[in-house]
Design a protein. Structure first.
Length: 261
């Protein structure tokens, strides 16, 4: 007699690991995929809706994207994007806001319409985080959902600003930042005291609803988060491990980031 089935849930597809020698190789591949997606959408006469990320890892991604757009004179007018997160209390013109980052690294150099690159407003979120979060979710839905979400990993395994303990079914909301996240940001803010204590972030479920997820993790400090992503066991202590339940995730790592796998 065969053993009873423990669960009728389908096995999650394993995270597709893409080891590279060096980060630029991965960045070029993901930029090419994004540009192909934008072109496919253009041919189908629909907008291409992307989820975008910030952080130092993504600087190389935007530099390569802008380089290709300029050298190949590409048309990104069909692009619509939603950023993962923003610090609560920072107005879009604050130099450390993710809004300022997106202007400096994508909107201005690629000549995009700022209205097409959506970022939660950190100042409005300070006044009414629930309203900002609900409106953001509705806007993503109304745009038809995210075709592809670009992700970095926090060294504590956060995705967006979904810190350890974030539930699998979380949606866009205000969160408390973890101490290690605030410490990592202290340099840019000129000291820990200046780092905001809260952020507004897409939720884990919002991220997992994207049709494709592409994760970039480089350097030794990401090794634990990479190992947790590959375990993929949905452990709330390592939010990146929720990615194991997504059917189309690629995780790009360089040698030092992949050492713990
Ligand atoms: C911030 C962002 C995350 C990003 C992480 C990694 O915390 N909210 O979305 O993945 O930083 O940043 P870095 O690429 O600088 O290591």
């Amino acid at each position: 007699m065969s053993a009873p089935q423990a669960s009728s849930r389908p096995e999650p597809a394993a995270v597709n690991l893409r080891p590279v020698e060096r980060a630029p190789e991965a960045l070029a591949e993901v930029v090419s995929e994004v540009l192909e997606l934008i072109e496919q959408c253009r041919r189908a006469d629909r907008r291409c809706v992307l989820g975008l990320a910030t952080g130092s890892t993504m600087l190389g991604f935007y530099a390569e994207l802008v380089r290709r757009v300029r050298s190949e004179k590409l048309d990104l007018s069909g692009l619509r994007s939603f950023n993962l997160d923003e610090f609560v209390g920072l107005a879009p013109d604050h130099p450390q806001s993710f809004a300022a980052y997106m202007r400096a690294h994508l909107i201005e150099p690629a000549g995009l319409d700022p209205a097409c690159v959506r970022i939660p407003d950190g100042e409005l979120a300070r006044q009414d985080p629930r309203a900002v979060a609900a409106a953001y979710e509705q806007e993503i839905d109304a745009a038809g959902g995210l075709e592809l979400q670009l992700l970095g990993l926090g060294r504590n395994g956060h995705i967006g600003f979904n810190e350890p303990g974030s539930p699998r079914d979380s949606r866009t909301r205000q969160v408390d930042l973890a101490d290690s996240t605030r410490e990592d940001a202290a340099g840019a803010f000129g000291g820990l005291d200046a780092v905001p204590r809260h952020a507004i972030t897409m939720g884990v479920a919002t991220i997992l609803d994207a049709r494709r997820v592409r994760v970039l993790a480089f350097g030794e400090r990401k090794a634990d988060a990479v190992a947790a992503t590959l375990r993929g066991d949905g452990d709330a202590a390592w939010p990146c491990s929720y990615l194991g339940s997504h059917p189309d995730v690629r995780l790009y790592v360089d040698g030092p980031a992949g050492q713990g796998r």
